[in-house]
Design a protein around this ligand. Structure first.
Ligand code: NA7
Length: 550
């Protein structure tokens, strides 16, 4: 028999990463009783799991930080321009400690199901330990990249040595010395870890299916003058970030690459290459829309790779042929240089895929690559993977798996019709992974926090996206995506890295600035497109904003 559900919570939050912890803080500060359930052994989310060597944020540390507490942002000292995983984890732990958050987090506990009880208007959530908890609201702070992708390589289980996934890295140091290490994948995780592994290992074999674009981080000790300036101007910096398309305070080029001279174009690319990081993609306004402009930016990077990598054949293999910015641009430290080492070997698996794994190693192109240790840097079932692994059932017992079988459908990436009182932080349909995650998380947490206060103050028991508003939002998303050239190549944004996953461009592409303005307008119009149901009344008479759905 199922245990009786505990019913003491206003809100149950899934995930104690950057988003879930802030959600807890915000709801607590607004007088709600909230609790977080976390599969990991401590706080940190992404930064708890991704402990592979070289793991580092691709957002500058001074901008990859919470903004809800002025004291916190003034007190915390980052040591590097781009913080490493251990430092970010220490920061998140510090936040948990400083605001006494851990007392409301249940660790080592995975949520396996969440079922909406329509009569009680509450979510009944079950843990992997069989505990059942009921809460009025359920907030999924489950992260965008939290379900590691394990490709179905034949023979993987029979491999003789240890196998690690970068997204589930062990807590203990992995010793590569004297080892022949195989790395499958060449996305950010691989690019960050390969140069470090190569310093220790005897040999590193990198199995590359697609060459990814990357720009240098130019990481180093943080510039004290910059820190002083940032700390003196945090309100303005945060405000500028919120007014930008990317959620970063950065310089955006205002010209079109196709409308300037070759010299000016090269100068701008050089300047951005020398500055380092993701702002490279904002050099010109047409890089995301014009294939020709994009090709020019791509060619600039390819020429850099050709300059860095000494062996011309290897250099050519490392040169991406896709659209730059289509797959997530990687921000690297000495990745291409690693191929100048005699112990790093690039294996092209684009034409002849990995056939199988034997006890000795990796088989491709009819050859066995003998290795002692295998690293899967094979990415994630992004944005929907974690949500769809939970048995989520909304009105009429409809599962989220069923509702999203053709791809995710949401209103603003915050809610999905038929699943009242369930929110997704940085869910599909919101700018999320195309922005500074901290800006997007901050926005969603504040939006949800204010929404719950509004419901309480107005005597509402539930809120739900209307089907009509959701359909319109999905259509708007698709229209915006179709305008860009990002849609034309394979990436995890499109679900293309997971066999059988519907091809839907998941993040909202029109920019954080446009998006957050829309969210504010919707609230100002009385939560337009949402259905709010008062306590103790007939739902049919109480439609707010857009009316009616199925
Ligand atoms: P990514 O960027 O998804 O990279 C995964 C890599 O694994 C990529 O190079 C894939 O090749 C490769 N891959 C996946 N499956 C296979 C198979 N079956 N055979 C060969 N190669 C394969 O994940 P990361 O962890 O590096 O980065 C994720 C995000 O974290 C990143 O975007 C940042 O936002 C932070 P493909 O390119 O699909 O051909």
């Amino acid at each position: 028999m199922k245990k009786e559900a505990k019913t003491d919570l206003d809100a149950l939050i899934v995930g104690a990463g950057v988003a879930g912890l802030f959600m807890l803080y915000r709801l607590r500060s607004r007088g709600f009783k909230a609790r977080v359930y976390e599969a990991g052994g401590d706080v940190g989310g992404t930064w708890y799991w991704n402990r592979y060597p070289g793991a580092r944020c691709d957002t500058e540390s001074v901008q990859y930080s919470y903004q809800f507490s002025e004291e916190l942002q003034q007190d915390w000292e980052w040591s590097e321009r781009y913080a490493s995983q251990p430092e970010i984890l220490r920061y998140v732990e510090h936040v948990a400690e400083r605001f006494d958050l851990r007392r409301d987090v249940v660790f080592n506990t995975r949520i396996v199901s969440a079922v909406f009880d329509e009569e009680a208007s509450r979510w009944v959530v079950e843990t992997d330990g069989g505990e059942r908890i009921s809460a009025t609201f359920c907030v999924m702070a489950t992260g965008c990249l939290s379900s590691p992708n394990f490709p179905a390589f034949e023979g993987l289980d029979g491999f003789d040595g240890p196998v690690f996934h970068t997204g589930l890295w062990p807590h203990e140091k992995v010793d590569f010395s004297g080892k022949r290490v195989g790395v499958i994948g060449t996305g950010s995780s691989a690019m960050q870890s390969i140069p470090i592994i190569a310093r220790e290992a005897d040999d590193v074999f990198v199995f590359q299916r697609t060459a990814h674009f990357a720009v240098p981080a130019h990481n180093g000790p943080i510039n004290e003058e910059r820190v002083r300036e940032v700390k003196a101007n945090y309100p303005q910096i945060r405000a500028r970030a919120k007014r930008s398309a990317t959620g970063f305070d950065q310089t955006f080029g205002e010209k079109e690459a196709l409308k300037v001279s070759e010299e000016e174009r090269e100068r701008e690319f050089e300047k951005r290459w020398a500055h380092g990081g993701l702002p490279f993609l904002s050099a010109f306004t047409d890089l995301r829309y014009s294939e020709e402009a994009n090709r020019m930016a791509g060619e600039f990077v390819r020429n850099k790779i050709r300059e860095i990598v000494k062996d011309p054949e290897t250099a050519e293999l490392l040169c991406p042929t896709t659209v730059i910015g289509c797959k997530r641009l990687c921000v690297i430290t000495e990745y291409f240089e690693a191929y100048n080492r005699p112990n790093v070997h690039l294996v092209d698996v684009s034409e002849s895929p990995i056939e199988r794994i034997t006890p000795e190693g990796v088989v491709t192109g009819g050859r066995v690559y003998d290795i002692d240790m295998l690293i899967l840097a094979t990415g994630f079932d992004a944005m929907t993977g974690t949500l769809l692994r939970i048995d989520i059932r909304g009105r009429g017992g409809r599962t989220l798996q069923d509702k999203w079988k053709e791809g995710p459908r949401t209103y603003l990436g915050l809610m999905t019709a038929g699943f009242p009182n369930m929110f997704t932080i940085t869910g599909p349909g919101s700018p999320s992974v195309l922005t500074n995650m901290q800006t997007s998380i901050d926005h969603h947490v504040e939006w949800i926090g204010a929404c719950l206060v509004y419901l309480r103050e107005n005597g509402m028991k539930s809120i739900e996206a209307s089907m009509e508003a959701e359909d319109a939002w999905v259509a708007h998303n698709n229209e915006e995506t179709a305008k860009t050239i990002r849609y034309k190549c394979t990436s995890w944004y499109l679900g293309a890295n997971i066999p059988g996953k519907p091809r839907v461009f998941m993040p909202y592409i029109a920019g954080f600035d446009v998006y957050s303005k829309k969210c504010a307008q919707i609230v100002a119009a009385g939560y337009e497109g949402f259905r709010l149901i008062p306590r103790e009344t007939d739902p049919v008479d109480t439609l707010v904003g857009h009316s009616g759905d199925s």
